[in-house]
Design a protein around this ligand. Structure first.
Ligand SMILES: CCCCCCCCCCCC(=O)SCCNC(=O)CCNC(=O)[C@H](O)C(C)(C)COP(=O)(O)OP(=O)(O)OC[C@H]1O[C@@H](n2cnc3c(N)ncnc32)[C@H](O)[C@@H]1OP(=O)(O)O
Length: 249
């Protein structure tokens, strides 16, 4: 595992990471929530490291940590930088779906790292306070209980704020509280899942879906939707709104 970078900090996320690293006893581990956790490198995520990490720091970038505690339920932690490029829902505020995604990602990765090859079956999010981009947040995820194939998890999202003296600290006020139910997949479905051991890594020759493929697929999809929506007789305010949106793309 590579150690979090310490040095020139271009974002509050890096600065917060450095703060954690400086407070820890080892270069490769950090202390957060009074536990020692190790970073899960981007490559180790395999093919699950797709849309969320593909956005870049201007939109969304984050680091994932899991605890190596064998005596109790492990925890997972995300330190995320939420940029200003397309991250808003209500203008001026981070889209709740983004916050939910971070919580889901922390809980999902925790489940997998704890050995549960599971899907999100249910995700509940209570949004407690608005978040304005750019923002730095910490997500703390834990396993609440397991019952057969059911894994119940929770995740709390906190903002990292700059104090008056310039130091960074995790706010005690929670931004969002999430709970989830993950279901461990049937054995029959496991073969369809590419685990990190066999996942294509950076530089591997296994074909991946390219941005061109995605663009082609998206334009086909948009064209077909446009045809359906703009067919004769279809007339609503949404139609005019969508026309405006599409005309500007
Ligand atoms: C480190 C690298 C990798 C790291 C990987 C990191 C992942 C990052 C996080 C991303 C996570 C995702 O986005 S996952 C993607 C989003 N999720 C999905 O696509 C899942 C879509 N849904 C499904 O495929 C299915 O519904 C499943 C697999 C969830 C469940 O189907 P199933 O396997 O047939 O199970 P089924 O018999 O229906 O249900 C089993 C039991 O669960 C209960 N159950 C099922 N669904 C629900 C539900 N929504 N709410 C309550 N209870 C439910 C049933 O009542 C039943 O209880 P009882 O009768 O036994 O009591």
């Amino acid at each position: 595992m590579s150690a979090p970078q310490v040095g020139v900090h271009e974002s509050r996320t890096d600065a917060y990471l450095a703060l954690l690293v400086n407070n820890s006893s080892s270069d490769n581990n950090i202390s957060t929530s009074s536990r020692t956790v190790r970073e899960v490198s981007y490559q180790d995520w395999g093919r699950s490291a797709n849309f969320t990490r593909a956005q870049g720091a201007e939109r969304l970038d984050y680091r994932l940590f899991v605890s190596d505690d064998e005596t109790e339920h492990p925890t997972a932690h995300i330190v995320a930088q939420i940029g200003t490029d397309g991250t808003e829902g209500v203008p001026g505020f981070v889209h709740g779906g983004l916050t939910s995604t971070l919580a889901d990602t922390a809980m999902g990765n925790l489940a997998w790292h704890a050995g549960y090859k599971a899907f999100t079956a249910n995700l509940n999010v209570d949004f407690r306070a608005p978040l304005s981009p750019p923002a730095c947040v910490v997500v703390d995820a834990k396993i609440e209980k397991t019952e057969g194939r059911k894994v119940y998890l929770s995740a709390d999202v906190f903002e990292v704020q700059e104090m008056q003296d310039g130091t960074l600290a995790r706010s005690n006020d929670v931004v969002a509280e999430a709970t989830s139910l993950f279901i461990v997949m049937d054995k029959a479905k496991e073969t369809a899942v590419t685990t990190p051991d066999t996942a294509p890594q950076n530089g591997a020759s296994t074909p991946r879906v390219t941005n061109d493929d995605i663009r082609d697929h998206t334009s086909t999809c948009v064209a077909s939707v446009r045809e359906t929506l703009f067919s004769p007789g279809w007339s609503t305010i949404e139609k005019d709104y969508l026309k405006t949106v599409w005309a500007s793309t």
